[in-house]
Design a protein around this ligand. Structure first.
Ligand code: GDP
Length: 433
């Protein structure tokens, strides 16, 4: 994946004290290839690599104590820049309701997104209304009603058989209904087609003119690769939009669409959708996405997830230890227990630093494994947990006996711990934490 590639390229630089022009050239070339292979569009790649090269040959790198680290910092900053910099929040209308219109191709995940956005807003204390204006696709209205029900949000839809034909009338009626019923946000779902066509654009424009939305969100499937660009341009020129929602980011291992869309359309990516469940959705954070692409793992997202399950203080402490050097076996155990409490380990894998290498190791971890690990760690003395290096052969035998496991299992645990600690401190070094 892009993350693995970039990680390897930048790790190669690390051994070098001073960077020659050849080092920088070679690095830029490799970054270019990695981005192109990730389906990032060519103009974006060109602009990106040119910026890296310019900054990497400048004084900020040659004067740095650790030039390689400085290059990593530059790549990180430029990634954040290309992803849009600051997170862009929804713009609410002065006079409610705020009208949000959704546009995008059929299958992009628009209807699902409508439900996700509605649920997300409702959880923040808003009272959204969904309006079903996709009268093109059979079942689209029913599908919206289903996600509306799941989200606990009402849906305004045309009465069957009663002037079903006109989406503009439905859109206008929906906004009026929202006003009367005191909904502070009205989300208008519109029709998509499998490909961009003039009729669909004209309809979207007519709806836009009828309801004058505060936001038009263009919904795009991150997995469609290079054609993402053409589609985004067609919608930009056809109906126009104020923000982008990337869906199916869970399947986009290459990350190309995320990197291209902002640059090509000039519109910010505002939300990301990462699964079929309504809760698999969040504000898009360019800095976190950049960290994820750089292989740092999405530590912040993980901390947030942890915070939902633990006291903030505990989570912060854990995060500090994750990147510090005073990581002990007690922490290791606590971390494993945290992960177990947080639910399916699989979902967290992508967020872990160095997930690429860790994936295999963690794939086999199950609850029994964690219980056994806990038993082994609890059979050690506090000093041993702090500094497992002092555990000699006879102590390993004692610990195995005390925890009902084998010496091989004790050895494997100690090895895994050292691996994890090494990985974390190298990551901390790589990012200057
Ligand atoms: P629409 O035609 O644009 O309204 O698209 P739908 O909302 O019907 O979504 C099309 C398909 O994509 C459905 O099977 C959804 O469950 C799936 N889908 C939507 N969003 C996501 C996502 O973020 N990740 C994944 N993996 N699937 C998604």
């Amino acid at each position: 994946t892009l993350s693995d590639r970039l990680g390897a390229i930048l790790t190669n630089l690390r051994g070098k004290g001073r960077l020659s022009p050849q080092d920088i050239d070679a690095t830029c070339r490799e970054i270019r290839v990695a981005l192109l292979e990730a389906d990032v569009s060519l103009p974006v790649v060109r602009a990106f690599v040119a910026r890296i090269k310019e900054r990497a040959t400048g004084a900020e790198v040659s004067a740095a104590l650790n030039p390689a680290q400085q290059v990593v910092k530059i790549v990180n900053e430029e990634l954040i820049g290309i992803l849009g910099g600051e997170t862009r929040r929804l713009q609410f209308a002065k006079n409610p309701p705020t009208v949000i219109m959704l546009a995008g191709l059929q299958g992009s995940g628009k209807t699902t997104l409508a439900g996700k956005l509605a649920l997300w807003l409702r959880k923040q204390g808003h009272a959204p209304l969904l309006v079903a204006c996709d009268l093109q696709r059979p079942n689209a209205v029913t599908q919206l009603q289903v996600v509306g029900e799941q989200a606990g949000v009402p849906v305004y839809a045309p009465e069957p058989g009663n002037g079903v034909g006109d989406p503009v009338t439905v859109a206008r009626g929906g906004v009026q209904f929202g006003q009367v019923k005191q909904h502070d946000i009205v989300i208008v779902d519109t029709a998509g087609r499998l490909g961009v066509d003039a009729e669909m654009m004209a309809q979207a424009v007519a709806i836009r003119e009828a309801v004058v939305p505060d936001e038009v969100l263009f919904v795009i499937d991150a997995m469609i690769g290079q054609s993402a660009i053409e589609t985004a341009e067609a919608f930009r020129d056809g109906v126009g939009f104020t923000g982008v929602v990337l869906t199916k980011l869970d399947g986009d291992a290459r990350g190309g669409a995320a990197l291209s869309v902002r640059h090509v359309t000039g519109a910010p990516i505002m939300f990301a959708s990462t699964g079929e469940k309504l809760t698999e959705f969040d504000t898009f954070h360019p800095d976190r996405m950049a960290n994820r692409i750089l292989g740092m793992g999405d530590i912040l997202s993980m901390i947030e997830l942890a915070e939902q399950h633990f006291e903030a203080e505990q989570a912060e402490e854990m995060a500090a230890k994750l990147v510090g050097n005073d990581f002990t076996l007690d922490d290791f155990l606590q971390q494993m227990q945290m992960i177990r409490k947080m639910g399916p380990i699989g979902g967290l894998l992508g967020m872990l630093p160095g997930a690429g290498q860790m994936k295999e190791a963690l794939a086999g971890v199950d609850d029994r494994d964690i219980d056994r690990t806990a038993a082994i760690i609890l059979s050690m003395t506090p000093q041993e947990r702090r500094d497992p290096k002092i555990i000699n052969a006879s102590r390993r035998q004692r610990i195995a006996k005390g925890s009902g496991s084998t010496v091989a299992q004790v050895n494997s645990l100690v090895d895994r711990f050292f691996e994890a600690r090494k990985m974390m401190s190298s990551m901390a070094g790589r990012f200057g934490l």
